[in-house]
Design a protein around this ligand. Structure first.
Ligand code: ATP
Ligand code: MG
Length: 283
C-alpha cells in the first residue's frame, strides 16, 4: 500500500483524480472522505490543501503527492520529482502596471513587489543582484499595485487575462510550472515497486495525450509518399485490400498536425479516412 497526497479541491483536484482513473486506479472523491483506499490498486489517497502536500511527502506521512511544481520549489521541499504530469500548466511571472516605463529587471531596484512566493522571488532578486522589497500577500496579489501596497507583483499566470483585467503587464518569467508527481526520499523497497508500476502507467498515459490513430485506404502507388507523410512510431502498418492496387494504412499522429496530414494524404489519393482517439501508448 502506498499513500498519495492529492489536492482536496481546487485547480489540480479533478485532473489528479482523472489521471489516476485513466491509469486504472479508482479512488473515492474527497467529497466523501478525507482518506480513500482504492478498491482495485494498493493506493490510498489523502486529500489536503496543496500548500501542505510538499511537507507531508517530505515527512513521509504520504509517500507520494501530486502538486504544482511552483509549490515544491517555493517550499524547497526535500522530495524527488518522479514525473511531470502535463496538466496544471502555469508560470510564475513578474508583472508591472501597464503604463510603467519598464525596460529591464533593473526597474525593480528600490521598488516593492507583492507575492505569495517570497522564496522564489528572493532567489530571483539575489541571482540578478536586484534590491527590491518583498511584500508577502497570500491572496488577490494582482490588486496590490492598484491599492498601493506594491509597485509590482510576482504571481501565477496561465492565460494572462487576470493581469490584463488589473491593468498589469507580464515582464519576466521566473518559473515554468505544471503538476508533478513527487515522492519522498528513501522509499521502502515495496513502495518503490509500486511507484515504478505507477510511473510506467503514467508514461503510457502522458505519451498518448494529444495523439490520434489514423486509418485509410490508399492506392498502392501512393504508398511510399504516404509513409513519408505519416512516419508513425516505427513505421505505419500496411495491409492489402481485396481490391487490386489498393492497401489499408494505419498510423499515429499528433492531434495538432492531424488536419495538415489529412490534407496531404487526401491529395495523394487516400480515401475512407478514419480518425480514432488513442487511449494508451505503451512503448
Ligand atoms: P488550496 O485550497 O489547495 O490551497 P489554492 O487556492 O492554493 O488551493 P489553486 O488555485 O487550486 O490553489 O491552484 C493549485 C495549483 O494549480 C497552483 O499551485 C498551480 O500549480 C496550478 N495552476 C495552474 N493554473 C493556474 C492559474 N491560472 N492560477 C493559479 N494556479 C494555477
Ligand atoms: Mg494553496
Amino acid at each position: 500500500m502506498i499513500r498519495i497526497a492529492i489536492q482536496s479541491k481546487g485547480r489540480l483536484n479533478e485532473e489528479s483524480l482523472q489521471l489516476l482513473s485513466s491509469i486504472g486506479i479508482d479512488v473515492d472523491s474527497p467529497k466523501r472522505k478525507l482518506v480513500s483506499k482504492s478498491r482495485n490498486y494498493p493506493v490510498e489517497a489523502l486529500y489536503l490543501r496543496d500548500d501542505d502536500i510538499p511537507a507531508v511527502v517530505a515527512a513521509g506521512t504520504a509517500s507520494l503527492g501530486i502538486v504544482g511544481l511552483n509549490e515544491v520549489v517555493e517550499r524547497a521541499a526535500p522530495v524527488e520529482i518522479a514525473a511531470r504530469l502535463g496538466f496544471g500548466e502555469c508560470r510564475l511571472c513578474l508583472a508591472v502596471p501597464k503604463a510603467s516605463d519598464y525596460t529591464g529587471p533593473a526597474w525593480f531596484n528600490g521598488r516593492r513587489i507583492a507575492t505569495s512566493y517570497p522564496n522564489i522571488l528572493r532567489k530571483y532578486l539575489d541571482d540578478n543582484g536586484l534590491d527590491a522589497s518583498v511584500e508577502v500577500i497570500t491572496g488577490s496579489v494582482e490588486i496590490a499595485p492598484a491599492v498601493g501596497i506594491a509597485d509590482a507583483i510576482m504571481d501565477i499566470v496561465s492565460s494572462g487575462s487576470t493581469l490584463v483585467a488589473n491593468g498589469l503587464k507580464e515582464v519576466e518569467t521566473l518559473l515554468e510550472s505544471e503538476a508533478v508527481l513527487i515522492a519522498r526520499k528513501d522509499l521502502p523497497e515495496q513502495e518503490k515497486e509500486i511507484l515504478e508500476d505507477l510511473l510506467f502507467r503514467i508514461a503510457s498515459e502522458v505519451e498518448s495525450r494529444g495523439k490520434k490513430y489514423l486509418m485509410m485506404n490508399l492506392p498502392q502507388a501512393s504508398l511510399d509518399e504516404a509513409i513519408r507523410i505519416l512516419p508513425a512510431m516505427r513505421s505505419p502498418t500496411v495491409m492489402p485490400l481485396a481490391t487490386e492496387g489498393w492497401c489499408s494504412l494505419h498510423s499515429v499522429v499528433d492531434a495538432s498536425e492531424l488536419w495538415e496530414k489529412v490534407r496531404q494524404i487526401k491529395a495523394i489519393g487516400a480515401e475512407g479516412i478514419l480518425v480514432l482517439d488513442v487511449d494508451k501508448i505503451i512503448l
